[in-house]
Design a protein around this ligand. Structure first.
Ligand code: G3H
Ligand code: ZN
Length: 308
């Protein structure tokens, strides 16, 4: 066995970044019928929270960043923070880095060259043919650099961080469009609107008949977006139906903000930011740990120590 463990991990070594390739995580998940959590991070505290949860749960994890997270932290700081934390805080578990909802070619191509092993091109708000053309372009560039591409059909509505609302309507993807899109673009993973939404909404759900129909016809890994606010039982059923990646963003933001607000209100005189922020790391760790157990990825990193 190599020092990299039983999965023959393929490391992305670009600009000294040492992360696991998403394809290794997902192929194991597919083989063993569980899902990997793709957690949206927004700051150092959330990266640490995800990393510590992964170690505690002995679980693989995908750390993903949105374009707004890149705008907030900067691409270089993010890639270096994630890779350094992966290497120094979570060396016993595999962690992959992914761009979530990329809508800007410059950002997507920068991520491809910066050590991300997967990028999401989200042109789902455009007409299907246009979505296909733009996605094909990204696939060509990404595959030349051994980077996976996630495509999206049928825009997933709602905003990350939206809470307690009821959406007027949650549109669904059309099965025939998903089939055509995957066939023509050659994406590696597929996201499609199947009833969930970004944020937490009273009327979001999973339309299992559509998920089943997609899984019958489309064999690449399915990514469930809008993982926050969906009942645990439905998440478990979705994994049984073949979902291999579950995106979670809002639940982490809520954990961070609620905890920070509470700690600040209780400690109005505190002058050391670390004393206010430490509990937010623990709060995110708790949420992510729970998701890893729910998704079945806990315990799946045993014996896969990354040697540094
Ligand atoms: O792309 C990110 C996810 O779909 C997050 O959705 O904020 O509802 O968990 P969520
Ligand atoms: Zn999403």
């Amino acid at each position: 066995m190599s020092g990299f463990g039983r999965y023959d991990w393929q490391f992305v070594i670009t600009n000294c970044i040492m992360l696991v390739h998403i394809k290794d995580l997902v192929s194991e998940a597919k083989k063993n019928n569980y899902a990997i959590g793709a957690f949206n991070i927004t700051n150092l505290e959330s990266v640490l929270g995800v990393a510590r949860a992964a170690v505690k749960a002995d679980s693989p994890a995908i750390i993903q960043v949105s374009e707004s997270a890149i705008e907030y932290m900067g691409l270089k700081p993010i890639t270096h923070i994630v890779s350094t934390v992966a290497k120094n805080v979570a060396a016993s578990v595999p962690i992959a880095l992914h761009l979530d909802h990329g809508t800007n070619f410059d950002t997507i191509f920068e991520c491809i060259s910066s050590g991300f092993s997967s990028v999401h091109i989200d042109a789902s708000n455009l007409a299907l043919d246009e979505n296909i053309n733009l996605t094909k372009h990204v696939v060509k560039v990404a595959h030349a650099k051994n980077v996976w591409v996630q495509g999206e059909v049928g825009a997933i509505v709602g905003s990350h961080g939206d809470i307690k609302s009821k959406l007027k309507e949650i549109p669904l993807a059309k099965l025939e469009e998903v089939i055509k899109f995957v066939k023509e673009t050659k994406v590696d993973t597929i996201a499609a609107a199947i009833g969930t939404a970004h944020g937490i909404h009273a009327n979001e759900d999973i339309v299992f008949s559509l998920l089943k129909a997609i899984k019958d016809k489309v064999k690449i890994p399915f990514v469930l977006h809008g993982g926050s606010g969906v009942l645990d039982a439905k998440i478990k059923k979705a994994i049984k139906e073949g979902v291999n990646i579950i995106n979670v963003g809002t639940d982490l933001k809520i954990a961070f903000c609620r905890t920070l607000i509470e700690v600040c209100l209780k400690n109005r005189e505190e002058a050391d930011p670390r004393n206010l922020l430490k509990p937010t790391i623990a709060a995110i760790e708790r949420v992510v740990f729970g998701k890893m157990k729910l998704f079945g990825s806990a315990g799946r990193a045993v014996g896969n120590k990354i040697e540094t």
